[in-house]
Ligand binder design. Sequence first.
Ligand SMILES: [Zn+2]
Length: 310
Amino acid sequence: MDTETFMPKTLQQAITYYSDERACLDILVAKRWPNGVVTCPYCEGESCTFMPSAFRWQCKGCRKQFSIKVGTFMEDSPIKLSKWFLAMWMVANCKNGVSSYEIHRAIGITQKSAWFMLHRIRLAFGEQPTELSGTVEADETYIGGLEKNKHKSKKLNQGRGSVGKVAVMGLLEDGGKARTKKITAASKKVLHGEIFENVQGGSTIHTDSWKAYQGIDDAYIHEFVDHAVEYVRDGVHTNGLENFFSLLKRMIRGTYVSVDPAHLKSYLDEQTFRFNERKDNDSGRFQKVLGEINGKRLTYQQLVNSSVVF
Ligand SMILES: [Zn+2]
């Protein structure tokens, strides 16, 4: 097989091809140092000798040794590259996400290691689109909380939602990309701020009749539909986001059972990535994850003290 061009297209091909540690290493080397010059992550020296038996390089400058994992989200992980590759494949491509228990059983590592691994892989999804344009739906939803509070109510507090739930705002281009973010409140200040930051001026914004969206029409064309009356009016609706939010909730309930609000950002990033890359194939989505492994770091301590990170 030609290592330059062969890319597995199915899970079965991925399992076969990525079972070879050297093949995985070569792929990562090509991603990391595309010009072919291995560069020391400690001193940026370019004189590094590969030691095949140790799968490490020795830097002639600072004398330190390093593996391909140093400077990536795999840093300090004793787990083989082949297992990392399969976990990345699964996260990139399982429509409703993949739990640490599934990773634990599928690749034979402990559930705790799998949980940590999944959180590190999600770092690849951290950057959501910011330049939305055209017709953009804006809406919020609420994650978690008690079953009896699960309906949307505009009577509670000054905002929407209810105690014990986390508010999430979504923006979705018609037929295009989505953006999601945990927000502190569904207030005018927060919602307008998100739209101003992430949607190009002059775009058309579709919302429901929630009063906090009113006034956005200075910079945008604002059209809204009153859900108390109808769900679609002259093509104005927020159905795309409603669908996105129900997929998100299905993922959280079905796969993750519950989500610590401190980790919600990473689950939002994950589901938003898969949604935004929905037109690509499994191989393409996996390659995108591989392209994001550099310069991202999450230690176990940071994760468990996660208010620091997320
Ligand atoms: Zn060095």
